[in-house]
Design a protein around this ligand. Structure first.
Ligand SMILES: Cc1cc2nc3c(=O)[nH]c(=O)nc-3n(C[C@H](O)[C@H](O)[C@H](O)COP(=O)(O)OP(=O)(O)OC[C@H]3O[C@@H](n4cnc5c(N)ncnc54)[C@H](O)[C@@H]3O)c2cc1C
Length: 380
């Protein structure tokens, strides 16, 4: 017999689970995987601010490391970013984090259930699963990740995706396990960056995101051999947590006939650094609030209220990855371990003006900095 729901959430990742957590009326969550949180396809870094905003209590069992220092490292080794007194980000144990979120959901989460088709029948959505179930619902939340079926079938959209490699790696030497490193430069990661996110005293998520699909593995191997190995000694790659990311700024259309796109399914990632958990949690909750209020427009309104647009993000990506290594090194020189707020000081402005390439790119860098500043609370 056909089953009817107020809302069906497709996808039990961070976005879908956070949506389900807030939904008030009869909801069903479907996911094709057999275990929540598995596989992990993520570097697992997120700001504490984002977790607080979503009213998620920090739990030691899903926090691998607290981070007090984010270093954005330029090709010359100099970096942007100051150590903070208190932790302001964490590296998650994301599979336990998602299991924790799932425990907060009061609705049924049906695993091993792949959705294969969505159709409109009158005022309802009919959801067809691979097992042959036909499920009726008023609302659908597409929380089904970067290759979203909901985006393709309902919104006729396919996101532009780029590959991102991430492995947990065990190192021979102790590592700075309260620091998060991001390595930039055309030699290391053209149009992207390499990262090092600590998981324990000797292990870290190491990864890379670049635009060149065919060459990401080569660049990744080169990065770990020539940048990380000299610092932390011999290493062994352990769990593969690689995947793909939408990087063109969020989807143009995100609501249609009581259907919503959230998280990666709506391309809600940070096109510059690839972060997406923050926006996944946020958009999941906003879609739920929209449904609870029986006001489908609310979701779009809330997204429009963000202090940046999809176009801002796309432009910023172009600007940042258009900078050559000489200009990046000049950024490293002037910040040299300081935070970005140094630029708002007299000394910062003086240092900036002394660098010919920075001066040449000044309008673009200012535009990038403005977007970045406004987008930061939603991205990291
Ligand atoms: C290598 C890598 C590193 C990253 N590092 C970071 C990081 O450090 N910090 C950060 O903030 N972000 C990072 N991201 C991005 C972040 O992981 C994602 O933006 C975020 O997890 C998206 O969550 P989501 O719930 O929208 O999608 P997902 O986590 O992809 O969840 C989608 C769910 O939908 C299910 N599904 C898909 N299709 C169907 C279907 N047809 N039927 C039923 N179920 C379906 C899937 O099984 C899955 O469980 C990284 C991404 C990658 C690839």
């Amino acid at each position: 017999m056909a089953q009817a729901y107020q809302t069906i959430v497709i996808g039990a990742g961070s976005s879908g689970l956070n949506a389900a957590r807030f939904l008030k009326d009869k909801t069903l969550v479907l996911d094709k995987k057999s275990e929540i949180g598995i596989p992990i396809q993520c570097g697992e870094g997120i700001s504490i601010h984002a977790l607080n905003r979503e009213r998620i209590d920090l739990q030691t069992h899903w926090i691998a490391r607290y981070i007090t220092h984010i270093k954005r490292i330029m090709p010359n080794g100099k970096y942007i970013g100051e150590r903070q007194k208190d932790p302001y980000a964490v590296v998650l144990n994301k599979s336990d984090f998602e299991k924790y979120l799932a425990d907060l959901v009061k609705w049924e989460i049906r695993l091993n259930t792949r959705v294969v088709e969505l159709k409109r029948e009158g005022r309802l959505w009919v959801i067809q699963t691979q097992k042959g179930d036909r499920l009726y619902t008023k609302h659908v939340i597409g929380a089904d990740g970067p290759n979203s079926l909901v985006a393709r079938q309902v919104f006729k959209t396919k996101h532009h995706l780029i590959p991102a490699i991430n492995y947990s790696a065990n190192f021979e030497k102790p590592i700075p396990n309260d620091e998060l490193h991001m390595y930039f430069g055309n030699r290391i990661a053209p149009s992207g960056y390499g990262w090092f996110f600590p998981l324990s005293k000797k292990s870290a998520n190491v990864g890379m995101l670049i635009k060149h699909k065919g060459r990401v593995k080569d660049y990744f191997n080169h990065f770990i051999e020539t940048t990380l190995k000299p610092l932390f000694g011999n290493f062994q790659l352990a769990e593969n947590k690689s995947g793909v990311l939408p990087v063109d700024g969020f989807a143009e259309s995100i609501t249609k006939k009581q259907a919503f796109l959230v998280g990666d399914a709506g391309a809600f990632t940070d096109p510059i650094f690839g972060g997406g958990i923050n926006m996944a949690l946020l958009t999941g909750r906003l879609s739920a609030e929209s449904i609870n209020a029986d006001n489908p427009k609310y979701y779009q309104i809330k997204i429009n209220e963000l202090p940046f647009t999809r176009q801002d993000l796309r432009e910023s990506r172009k600007i940042f990855y258009g900078l050559d290594d000489i200009t990046l090194n000049e950024l490293g020189d002037i910040f040299n371990g300081r935070s970005t707020s140094f630029l708002n000081t007299k000394d910062g402005q003086k240092a900036f003006q002394s660098k010919p390439n920075l001066v040449k790119h000044q309008p673009a860098i200012a535009q990038f900095a403005k977007t970045w500043q406004s987008a930061k609370p939603y991205i990291w």
